[in-house]
Ligand binder design. Sequence first.
Ligand code: ADP
Ligand code: 5GP
Length: 193
Amino acid sequence: MKAGKTGKIFVFSAPSGAGKTTILDHLRVTVPNLVYSISATTRRPRAGEIDGRHYFFLSVEEFKGRIEAGDFAEWAVVHNNYYGTPRSFIDQVIQSGRHIVMDIDVFGKKQFDKVYPDAIGVLILPPGMEELEKRLRNRSSDDEETISIRLKNAVTEIEFARSQGKYEYTIVNDDLERAKRETEELIRSLTVA
Ligand code: ADP
Ligand code: 5GP
């Protein structure tokens, strides 16, 4: 990386259950030197999730205070919980010339584009709705009501991403190994010094 060059921002979006976390976990291991943004959320931690590592888990009051303070580059209510992207961390990372990977829902990404118009969008899609439902059930991390909210929202999210989203790349996660490889190769090709 040349001195003084700003790092790139990669924004990954996907309907819940499409496999984004699994694919990003692969990217963490196979493509070093990427920095991962940690979002804030008011949703409860899932088993194994650690505060400050997977998310900053906040109360609704704390989250609203952070909105008031202008701390977020974007925020949105997703599946009935607040999610937001802390801004100062992104600026620090890209100004130091490192690349940052973000995980933002399709509506939040639209807001994010106003602040960071050069961010590169990567949309991860499931091969179909039946498969998406199967994956959400197999994951066993959410109750029935949550699964049904996420499935209903998936239809709206995919439609919104296709009609109004700015996604330079789309990865269909049918075969997981292929989707992992495709993502890895994409990010490698875009981050060669
Ligand atoms: P997201 O982060 O997009 O909500 P996850 O990465 O948690 O999705 O994946 C949802 C579930 O689907 C997980 O149980 C995961 O192991 C599984 N999964 C991911 N990709 C595939 C795939 N290509 N085929 C089958 N199951 C998959
Ligand atoms: P989950 O609860 O499954 O971790 O994430 C649910 C949804 O919230 C996903 O679509 C994910 O992209 C989105 N999300 C995670 N972090 C942020 C964020 O900082 N801002 C916005 N707008 N959405 C986020």
